[in-house]
Design a protein around this ligand. Structure first.
Ligand SMILES: C[S@@+](CC[C@H](N)C(=O)[O-])C[C@H]1O[C@@H](n2cnc3c(N)ncnc32)[C@H](O)[C@@H]1O
Length: 229
């Protein structure tokens, strides 16, 4: 499905969020600072590589692995890497987020923007993130809020039920893909339930930063540090 819409994906992202997605990704990248600004960052469900490129530009002493199971999505973003001469520090890997071809404890930081709700069951992705991150490593999830706050509910319903599938159909010709997007947003847990889920999976110090009145949330979780001594 992502392969089908890959050509339209960037345009629709910016159009449907009125450009706010750029701001949301910037906050994610700012908060994803690895220790000393160095090391290995994994961008999960990296899609057309917007977050990957921003990470590579901001943290110039890092290596980034962009993982996605849709090759057309990664291919669509490839020119963003080559245009900026980032090929030496950025690798693109076609793989399932539930089975990462990465060594244990090999990353300082992992990010996933608008992708965790597509990976089912999420617990399989969490287990892989816990395996691949070093102790005390950071996992950052950027994801739509639940839209359950009263002030947002009406706007959310209008947007998810009508505008998103309609705009998706008109621009990409693929109503089903954008209906799926709306359905997954609606089915996603709210910030408390997600924090519970992350703690149950084995993360520590989970917290959430609401962005644009909670339309989107940035969830940050840490892997347990090794016991002293
Ligand atoms: C909504 S896009 C987000 C892309 C990008 N992170 C962004 O910020 O625009 C979701 C991505 O998740 C990928 N995806 C879905 N399930 C996956 C899985 N099990 N493993 C890896 N990638 C997956 C899709 O191929 C798609 O590129």
């Amino acid at each position: 499905m992502f392969g089908r819409i890959s050509r339209w994906y960037d345009f629709l992202n910016h159009f449907l969020s009125l450009g706010l997605d750029i701001h949301w990704r910037k906050v994610l990248v700012r908060e994803a600072e690895p220790p000393g600004g160095r090391g290995h960052i994994v961008d999960l469900a990296a899609g057309t590589l917007d977050v990957t490129v921003m990470l590579a530009k901001r943290y110039q002493a890092t290596r980034i692995t962009a993982v996605d199971f849709s090759k057309p999505m990664l291919d669509q973003g490839a020119s963003k890497i080559s245009k900026r001469g980032l090929e030496k520090r950025v690798s693109r890997v076609v793989a399932d987020g539930r089975r990462l071809p990465l060594a244990d404890g090999s990353a300082q930081c992992m990010t996933v923007a608008f992708g965790i709700r597509n990976i089912v069951p999420r617990q399989d992705a969490y287990a892989e993130v816990l395996r691949v991150l070093e102790p005390g490593g950071q996992f950052l999830i950027l994801e739509f809020g639940s839209g359950k706050k009263r002030i947002l509910r009406g706007i959310y319903n209008l947007y998810l039920n009508y505008l998103l599938p309609l705009a998706g159909r008109i621009v990409s010709g693929d109503k089903a893909a954008y209906q799926y997007l709306a359905d997954t947003i609606r089915a996603f847990p709210d910030e408390r339930a997600l924090a519970r889920e992350l703690l149950d999976a084995g993360f520590e110090t989970v917290y959430c930063l609401p962005l644009s009145w909670g339309i989107v949330n940035l969830h940050i979780a840490e892997t347990p540090r090794r016991a002293e001594g």
